[in-house]
Write a protein that binds this ligand. Structure first.
Ligand SMILES: CC(C)(COP(=O)(O)OP(=O)(O)OC[C@H]1O[C@@H](n2cnc3c(N)ncnc32)[C@H](O)[C@@H]1OP(=O)(O)O)[C@@H](O)C(=O)NCCC(=O)NCCS
Length: 196
């Protein structure tokens, strides 16, 4: 059963395969992914380079090594099954004025080959208790109004539409109940800071 985990070296092969698939596709990558590729793609074929990437993804939660495209501390979680990386979700610990309009607290992407199987919905549901434990309640999620899949995911997870700003639909989701019930994913190990 898929679960949320912190970035880890054991997903090296699977993560790079997913990125290769994504970057070969017709849609350009977003600014966050573009920054990651810029900083790490040159060296992450080797395990040392991938370890630097994993360390950066974990450091963001402490507010360390934050790049310009991630202006606030953020917890990065990977949606995984066995040694397979299926998707990525990040929880920004707070908002900036820009993120309040577009971006919100939680962003997510499912690898192209794994889409349309309910992963995004399950991943977001599982992430809500983590957001709650980080003090993010309610969580703001935004999506482009043309992004039907994202809109459906947010609404299925309880998102309440506040308004539209430009092309951005803005939804709030309470995380307190998700925290109390533990959500759908217990995600053991997410709080652990070690990479072993
Ligand atoms: C948006 C995204 C996360 C959805 O992932 P997913 O795992 O395919 O989503 P799910 O399988 O949970 O599907 C959720 C709903 O969207 C629908 N859906 C999935 N892909 C769709 C598409 N291309 N067009 C329209 N609806 C779609 C599903 O049918 C489902 O609706 P249903 O329950 O009524 O059947 C994924 O497409 C993605 O990573 N896109 C690129 C990054 C992105 O846009 N992220 C969101 C911005 S925050």
């Amino acid at each position: 059963m898929p679960r949320l985990e912190p970035p880890h070296l054991r997903f090296h092969r699977s993560y790079l395969a997913a990125v290769a698939e994504q970057t070969a596709g017709p849609r350009p990558v977003g600014p966050l992914m573009a920054g990651v590729l810029d900083r790490h793609a040159g060296g992450w074929q080797e395990s040392e380079g991938f370890a630097r990437f994993v360390a950066e993804m974990r450091a963001w939660a402490r507010g360390d090594q934050l790049p310009p495209e991630m202006p606030v501390p953020a917890t990065v979680l990977w949606w995984t099954e066995g040694d397979t990386h299926l998707g990525t979700l990040f929880i920004r610990h707070r908002l900036t004025p820009q993120l309040l309009d577009f971006g919100g607290h939680i962003g997510a992407a499912v690898n192209a080959g794994a889409r349309g199987r309910g992963h995004a919905t399950a991943m977001l549901r599982a992430a809500l208790p983590f957001a709650g434990r980080l003090g993010v309640d309610p969580a703001l999620l935004t999506c482009d109004r043309s992004n039907t899949a994202s809109r459906k995911v947010i609404e299925k997870c309880g998102g309440v539409l506040e308004d539209r700003r430009g092309n951005s639909l803005r939804y709030w989701i309470g995380t307190a109940n998700a925290t109390k019930t533990g959500g759908t994913g217990s995600a053991p190990g997410v709080e652990a800071s070690s990479q072993s």
